[in-house]
Write a new protein. Structure first.
Length: 155
């Protein structure tokens, strides 16, 4: 295990208590994961059935898409009635999980709350002097009762 991997593992294990205790994370630090029956994965595309993904049924809802085999971790949020966003769910600073804070309309790193990102993936706050790295924002399209998230390189 490299030093970086060890530091990331240590940071991830500390995540649960930091942002929650500080009161910055809404609904604690975790987002619900979309159920397997509410989505399907196609080449270059994740399709979410909005009737089955209840978290996205109302403004302010958010969930995550996780597929370990495909190294897929995406956060999907509904910041406004007719708006959906999808971004990578890992912080570009230390690899911690991100959560959606609807009240402020941004993504917040659950590990110590150091990094904060806008819904377009741009950096709002960065913890050190390294060059900030934005999140990858994905194209989202609603077609009827389905949300289509384009993921380049997804097989």
């Amino acid at each position: 295990m490299t030093r970086r991997e060890w530091l990331q593992a240590a940071a991830l294990s500390a995540c649960a208590s930091c942002a929650c205790r500080a009161g910055v994370a809404q609904d604690c630090c975790t987002l619900p994961e979309v159920s397997a029956d509410a989505m399907r994965i196609e080449p270059g595309l994740v399709v979410i059935d909005l009737a089955r993904a209840r978290e996205l049924g109302q403004t302010g809802g958010a969930l995550k898409i996780v597929d370990s085999a495909r190294k897929l971790e995406i956060l999907v949020a509904r910041p406004a009635k007719n708006q959906f966003v999808a971004l990578d769910q890992r912080c570009t600073h230390g690899g911690g999980q991100l959560t959606y804070v609807h009240r402020h309309k941004h993504l917040y790193c659950t590990c110590w709350g150091h990094a904060k990102f806008a819904l377009d993936g741009s950096v709002l706050r960065w913890p050190n002097t390294q060059k900030p790295r934005p999140l990858r924002a994905l194209t989202v399209e609603r077609r009827g009762g389905f949300l289509r998230v384009q993921v380049e390189g997804l097989a």
